[in-house]
Design a protein around this ligand. Sequence first.
Ligand code: FAD
Length: 302
Amino acid sequence: MWLAEQLLDHGVAEPGLVAGGGPATFDDQCAVDLGQDEGLVDREGLVDRERQVGGDRRQVGLERVGAVVEDAAYAAQSATRYAEGPVFLVGDAAHRFPPAGATGMSAAMHDAHNLAWKIGMVARGHAGPGLLDTYEAERAPVGRRTAAETAAAWTRIFAGTGEPFAGRSLAQLDMGYQYASAAVTGDGGPDADPPGADYIPGAAPGCRAPHLWLDSGRSTIDLFDRDPVLLTAPAGGTWREAAAAFGVPLTTVTIGQPAWPALYGVAPDGAVLVRPDGHVAWRARAAGPAGDLAAAARRALS
Ligand SMILES: Cc1cc2nc3c(=O)[nH]c(=O)nc-3n(C[C@H](O)[C@H](O)[C@H](O)COP(=O)(O)OP(=O)(O)OC[C@H]3O[C@@H](n4cnc5c(N)ncnc54)[C@H](O)[C@@H]3O)c2cc1C
């Protein structure tokens, strides 16, 4: 028997109730895309659809998917606390979202990315334990708002009332947030993440540093790894000299691409300090006192 037929026999006939990009297996869970269209909710249509995307699923017994099917309910939840002492909640343990937009896995990875470099810095003795407090300060607002906005989008999808992501584009929701914490030094620029915004990559402090192809064929994104990175254009020599005097590991990269300063919102003699998770910790729009960089790095790591 086809999985779709079994779902229908158990009264699961709502479009999209069990969603996925076609039949997929997650350990012992199975999902079949029932579509968003009322017209698809008939036995023949569903079986046809299952046959097209999944081939032969006859061996899938409903007992294998029963827990998922019969308890299918979507949650929009965010934990009250994301950290307590040495315990940090990451991924689905911290938040669960309805599948509108499919943001659960990416949010889980962003949580881990945010936390891993901080633990590394503290464990290596380059940062104080206060850096770990910024995990909750940065990730909890993202989890709460993603829960709220995916829940609203999920409701709109089923009500058929307009665009699912009315408050922010999905890309902005997933990638465009701007961290505000003790590890980020603001530069007084406008809010980079207003409601209704589409995702426009930019290097405002707290935002994800934008991609740009480098001469080496790599992306700027590939530069952000174990240590913070100071990006400058060739004219940013004063900032590179300031970085050389640092006591913490800091990689300095000079970017020759003419497009870089404008993309990152700096003059050719400006600089941008990017954290290992690819978020901007500090930005100097032009040349300035060396102490500014030292102060920003201290703030980012203390
Ligand atoms: C059908 C379906 C489709 C999805 N589609 C998307 C999508 O398209 N895009 C997207 O971004 N997200 C999607 N998600 C959500 C995404 O899968 C989750 O948000 C993501 O997997 C969360 O990752 P996690 O590491 O926090 O948890 P999990 O992936 O659940 O990993 C937790 C792991 O811990 C293990 N574990 C549990 N208890 C213990 C224990 N006591 N000891 C040791 N190990 C234990 C579990 O076996 C599991 O391997 C989908 C989810 C489902 C169910």
